[in-house]
Design a protein around this ligand. Sequence first.
Ligand SMILES: Nc1ncnc2c1ncn2[C@@H]1O[C@H](COP(=O)(O)OP(=O)(O)O)[C@@H](O)[C@H]1O
Ligand SMILES: [Mg+2]
Length: 289
Amino acid sequence: MPRIALVTCRPGPEVSVDRDLPGLAGALREAGADARAVAWDDPDTDWAGFDLAVIRSTWDYSWRAAEFLAWARRTGAVTRLANPAEVVAWNADKRYLGELAAAGVPTVPTRYLAPGEPAELPDGEYVVKPASGAGARFAARYTPDEHDTAVRQLARMHEEGFTAMVQPYVRGIDSSGERALQFFGGRLLHASRKGAVLAPGTPYDARKTAHPGLTPWRPTDTELAVAQRALAAVPDAPELLYARVDLVDDEEGRPQVMELELVEPNLFLSLHTGSVAGVVEGILDAARR
Ligand SMILES: Nc1ncnc2c1ncn2[C@@H]1O[C@H](COP(=O)(O)OP(=O)(O)O)[C@@H](O)[C@H]1O
Ligand SMILES: [Mg+2]
């Protein structure tokens, strides 16, 4: 009986509950596994006692990144961790988008501003967000006449030690939304589409709805091809148990990568109940290896 940890976080005011978790744990147990949900920062957990630890919903990690990455390294040293600790470390820092772009993957054009670097801001509408972030936390959208507010956001992020990302506001998201292609065990599991998150004028420190208007989506061949290229560009071709590629359309309607999520992608299983079996199979396969 494989012993499987589904790694989550403790509930808190800043994190949403992982609604997939009880059903997934139940389905794994039905399939003969000893599966349970465990918070990554639970001090009493003996990670070596699991055959596999699957990072599922450690949604507080982005503001505790150093602590979380240290946990991933330690845990990966005593059990099989999925995704592997090196992948988690690479993907936790959104400078990976620059690497994808350098590898020729269509990506949202991004400028990085580390603490101490001057605020160079674009002429058109743009987005400022942290290079370590999730759930649109600390992300905001600005017009050129709002530069002062953007500069204040940058200063606050820099004070807290965050590198900032500046991107043009991708207008295509307002018409064609953002498509999330989800892979599990190396295969496309399902895809979803969601609406734009950043409304004009919403303060960067306001809490946002991370997945507005989520619906199932059938990916186009072009979307699939871009997602596959993004996955193929991950350094050292690691084994990925799960991956989510988020795409938005550029001015010409061509999909480009907004985010490649290899740490703790929400699987949206309540929207895709038929995918539970595929997730269970992928996890059991990984636990047996
Ligand atoms: N350049 C952009 N243009 C338009 N919308 C953006 C842009 N960057 C971020 N957003 C919006 O903010 C959301 C969160 O940004 P994202 O880069 O996906 O970070 P995370 O999901 O890790 O917080 C996106 O889903 C999208 O709705
Ligand atoms: Mg995102």
